[in-house]
Design a protein around this ligand. Sequence first.
Ligand SMILES: Cc1cc2nc3c(=O)[nH]c(=O)nc-3n(C[C@H](O)[C@H](O)[C@H](O)COP(=O)(O)OP(=O)(O)OC[C@H]3O[C@@H](n4cnc5c(N)ncnc54)[C@H](O)[C@@H]3O)c2cc1C
Length: 401
Amino acid sequence: MAENSHADVRIEVDVVILGGGIAGLWLLDRLRKLGFAVLLLNKGDLGQGQSIAAQGIIHSGTKYFGGESSVADLEFMPARWRASLSGRAQMNDPDLSAAAPLSEAMQMWLPPQLGGALLAGFSQKIMRSQMLECDPNDRPGVLPDVRGGKLFLTDELVVDVPKILSALQNLNDDYIRALPDGMNMAFTDTAKAPVTITAGALSVRAQRIICTAGAGNEALLAQAGLRTISGQRRPLHQVIIGGMKQSLFLHCIGKNPKPLATITSHPDGRGEYFWYVGGLIAEQGAAQDADKLVATAKAKLQQLLPRADFARARWATHRVDRAEPAGHGGLRPGSVTAHGHGAFIVAWPTKLALAPILSDHIVALLEKDSVRPTGTKITGLVALPRAAIAKTPWEAVETWN
Ligand SMILES: Cc1cc2nc3c(=O)[nH]c(=O)nc-3n(C[C@H](O)[C@H](O)[C@H](O)COP(=O)(O)OP(=O)(O)OC[C@H]3O[C@@H](n4cnc5c(N)ncnc54)[C@H](O)[C@@H]3O)c2cc1C
């Protein structure tokens, strides 16, 4: 789209959200329900970057035994998401009944050689987070056929991220618009309201700008001249395996507090699944090129899942950065972050699962500053293009290995 297709579009809103991943889309719905006149502007495709690359696990904190933890907030997320997914949303959360989850639970596998010592270490956690030991007969067929080892069912549902993004888009499509890549944005002084954003010939006047742009928050902070807050990126290199016959939702646990591999399964529309593999493999894989990572993953997964059939598998990888606020010594922040500076709010959910909590925090910031709906009717949007949902990592693969 040419820049001048925005010829003199002037829009007045209460709040403008920059960035339409899970955080921005969830917040848009929440603020609209509260009566705010809100416009979401997205650069690129919706969910581009992290949300579309997420595995969709709504963690309850169980994964983080002994390691980094944000248990307090995560503990309530499965119930809150389940309420939204069943159409009985709580606390002005969105109705996500159009986005059936991929799985009601994750399984957690402790191989026999690691079972004993580790189990003792997180037995307390098991009590707290409603993990159930699985009947040996319910073992997925891919696991080793040996006694010993432990398999648990965790209270972590797995959402279908593209369906969630599209359900959120459909709820508020009229208030979501695309900004072309490469279009420079400028803000008037963000220390005081109202603030005006200009991008080409588009200008949007608002009481608050809320940035939920993931990795894009860094550029927006620089444009606003805010140097006291900055972002950090933690690279991941995920593995994608196409042509799998069985669906699997499994954390494979090793000696490290983080899972060696976390596998989720995503239907390919032809009766098979893409296995999408994160965890330590993807963290350590960030330092490897795609060929090396595929070779490592093949060896590791064959060892962990000796009865899985990889004969017809196609392998690929996907690089993506986790974008978070800086200041945590390079580690994952404990929970969500929303900073308000005058008319500018910048926010990171840290986890897709925590998008509802991030919205709570932002609503609280608006209440603290007495920012209220003004009854403004938004006009002029017809001149702006609608936004599309980003391609999934497996749809974006160019070459399979
Ligand atoms: C590989 C991977 C797996 C993960 N798995 C899980 C998981 O299983 N469970 C979980 O809870 N969390 C998971 N996460 C974390 C989760 O994905 C992120 O915390 C969450 O998606 C961040 O959402 P966001 O909306 O803040 O950012 P993003 O999803 O990155 O969205 C940012 C949006 O802003 C837009 N944008 C960028 N720049 C601008 C700009 N200047 N102006 C306007 N718009 C802009 C982009 O197009 C995009 O739509 C995972 C992350 C990764 C990388």
